[in-house]
Design a protein around this ligand. Structure first.
Ligand SMILES: Cc1cc2nc3c(=O)[nH]c(=O)nc-3n(C[C@H](O)[C@H](O)[C@H](O)COP(=O)(O)OP(=O)(O)OC[C@H]3O[C@@H](n4cnc5c(N)ncnc54)[C@H](O)[C@@H]3O)c2cc1C
Length: 306
């Protein structure tokens, strides 16, 4: 019910105008999105890097339906990477990329070609690309494209979602030397046939997956705000004798900034995921619709910096 209401709102331009002009919205957007332009992304990155944090930038937008839109997204990433390099923000800043934003839904080969151009530009700029993971219908395609990209750009990062039943096995596959793997809980509404539904089961899966990645040969990127999971990760780092340059924590822009600073002060590498771009309305609304529990997630972040 709540999901249908939010989805209807996400398609209504009247609601969009209302939401865009509400004072509460401006606070939410400013807190979670760096801004709309490349310059905003650079400014936010500069500030985070100055404070000792690393960055991954996400140009908002997904599920593009035309080749023109996909090419425009590719070109935005190319200019962003050139600007990051010119501002000497690489390698501290890398980029996160959704394959659906560059054509995956209508032409996988075209999406691969676009991703390849972005990886080449990242390599030229001295930094890396991480492929965000979307809903489970895209997992196989995304991992196949990742494998092809890694043939030429071995540092290309993967994302695995602990709520998927398949993920422990994917972690084993991807825990090889040099393999950068972001582990997150997963943000989409998925059926029981493929995903754990209970929060506790997702958390237990996260720990099993983290054990595989932290005991493996790769470079784990532990993306969570969950204090229990962060504490377990710190424990595993000691247990598996991992120095801070062999794994990292990742958190979203505007969420638990004090914890981001605390982890960084304790000597860990902390990367902040920074979204920017015009499409923040659809982004925030779809995240809420996919998982109404995210409503509490955003509301909590507004009142808490811990
Ligand atoms: C860097 C990064 C990249 C991501 N990339 C992807 C991706 O590619 N694909 C994908 O599907 N998902 C991605 N996600 C989203 C992820 O899957 C989760 O939906 C999201 O991170 C919420 O899960 P959580 O682990 O933070 O814990 P939650 O289950 O949301 O929260 C667990 C606990 O954390 C604490 N907490 C959470 N938020 C706050 C807060 N604001 N203030 C205080 N305490 C809080 C609370 O104690 C809460 O009970 C990414 C997340 C991050 C951080």
């Amino acid at each position: 019910m709540l999901r249908s209401v939010i989805l209807a709102a996400s398609r209504s331009s009247r609601v969009e105008r209302l939401v865009e002009t509400a004072p509460f919205t401006r606070d939410v957007v400013r807190r979670f999105v760096a801004g709309t332009a490349t310059d905003d992304a650079l400014r936010a990155s500069q500030e985070l890097v100055t404070n000792g944090l690393s960055v991954t930038l996400d140009h908002l937008g997904e599920d593009t339906v035309t080749a023109e839109q996909a090419v425009a997204v590719r070109d935005e990433y190319l200019s962003l990477l050139a600007a990051l390099s010119a501002a000497e923000l690489t390698p501290a800043a890398e980029v996160s990329l959704k394959l659906s934003a560059i054509g995956q839904k209508f032409d996988e080969k075209f999406a691969y070609d676009n991703a390849r151009a972005i990886c080449a530009a990242a390599s030229e700029a001295g930094t890396t690309v991480t492929l965000d993971m979307e809903d489970h219908t895209t997992t196989d395609s995304t991992l196949e494209i990742l494998a092809k990209l890694r043939a030429d750009f071995p540092t290309t990062g993967a994302v695995l979602q602990a709520y998927l039943r398949r993920t422990e096995s994917d972690c084993r596959e991807l825990a090889s030397a040099g393999s950068r793997v972001r582990l997150c809980k997963g943000a989409y509404k998925e059926p029981e046939s493929v995903a754990y539904q209970a929060a506790n089961d997702v958390d237990k899966s996260y720990v099993r997956c983290m054990n595989i990645l932290m005991s493996g040969q790769g470079y784990p990127m532990l993306a969570t705000h969950d204090p229990r999971l962060i504490a377990i990760a710190e424990d595993r780092a000691r247990w598996f004798d991992r120095s801070p340059d062999t794994f990292e924590f990742q958190l979203l822009y505007g969420i638990r900034p004090e914890e981001q600073a605390r982890l960084s002060a304790d000597g860990y590498t902390v990367r902040v995921y920074v979204p920017y771009g015009d499409e923040w309305y659809g982004y925030l609304m779809r995240r809420l619709a996919e998982r109404p529990a995210n409503m509490a997630f955003f509301a909590r972040a507004l009142v808490s910096k811990k």
